[in-house]
Design a protein around this ligand. Structure first.
Ligand code: 16G
Length: 240
């Protein structure tokens, strides 16, 4: 198990061992690992060294601590590429997860002027204002607050919006999705969203604001998505 003669430092050996146990599901997601004392007795190493290994694994996101309760195995984050214009439904299916939505709001409104400007519509034009919680395997991953000009998808309704918006837009023969511009920032979750996302009140979230265009350059959606920062990491390839 732990080789005290090895040139590999003991704290690294402990880290490897804990990683293996997580991989083999000896320690399961959201379940606690043994206490520092138990591990130090089990492995015949000092408690200090065990603590150092655990702290490293907490810092790298493999474990998380709950004050006064113990240390738990974290759910691995989903790796979301940033270089393709994909939908939530496509992203989850590509991972073998089942996407679903919970509809929080669906209404036709005259949007605030800045929204109308970004969607390049007249100030008195109607848009759908949609708020959906997006789930993967029934667990909340993100909240999407979307504005869609009514003229783009006049027959959109509460039933249709439960499916994939992108698939339905592209099923219409005259419309293809072209490109999008998006920006991302970190934030602390709002009180309202912490309930929707089922996370604690001071947790971090990642907010992506996306404006998407059809191939003819017409904007068809303006979305503000709030992602659980403990469930997502965003990845992009950069070239020089
Ligand atoms: C993604 C998009 C969102 C789009 C949605 C459509 C980001 C930041 N957002 O979540 O803009 O409206 O997919 O998903 O990636 P759907 O086709 O499953 O309805």
């Amino acid at each position: 198990m732990i080789d005290k003669e090895s040139r590999v430092p003991i704290y690294l050996q402990i880290e490897e061992l804990l990683k293996q146990r997580i991989e083999l599901e000896e320690y399961k997601i959201d379940e606690s690992i043994p206490s520092e004392r138990e591990l130090s007795e089990q492995l015949n190493v000092s408690r200090m060294t065990v603590r150092q290994s655990i702290t490293n694994l907490v810092n790298s996101g493999l474990l998380y601590r709950e004050k006064g309760r113990g240390t738990y195995v974290a759910n691995p984050k989903l790796e979301q590429p940033l270089n393709g214009l994909t939908s939530f439904t496509e992203d989850m299916r590509a991972r073998g997860m089942e996407p679903s939505s919970k509809l929080i709001n669906f209404e036709k409104v005259i949007p605030p002027a800045d929204i109308a400007r970004e969607l390049q519509i007249e100030l008195d034009e109607l848009v759908f204002n949609v708020v959906r919680i997006r789930n993967a395997d029934l667990k909340p991953m993100a909240i999407e607050r979307t504005y869609i000009p009514v003229k783009i998808f006049p027959d959109l309704d509460e039933k249709k919006i439960m499916g994939s918006l992108y698939a339905q837009i592209e099923a219409r023969s005259h419309q293809k999705i072209g490109n999008a511009i998006q920006q991302m920032e970190a934030a602390i979750v709002s009180k309202e969203d912490s309930k929707y996302l089922q996370i604690g009140p001071s947790q971090a979230v990642l907010i992506i604001k996306r404006t998407s265009f059809l191939t003819d350059g017409v904007p068809f959606e303006l979305v503000r998505s709030t992602y659980r920062a403990d469930r997502y990491k965003f990845i992009s390839e950069i070239k020089r």
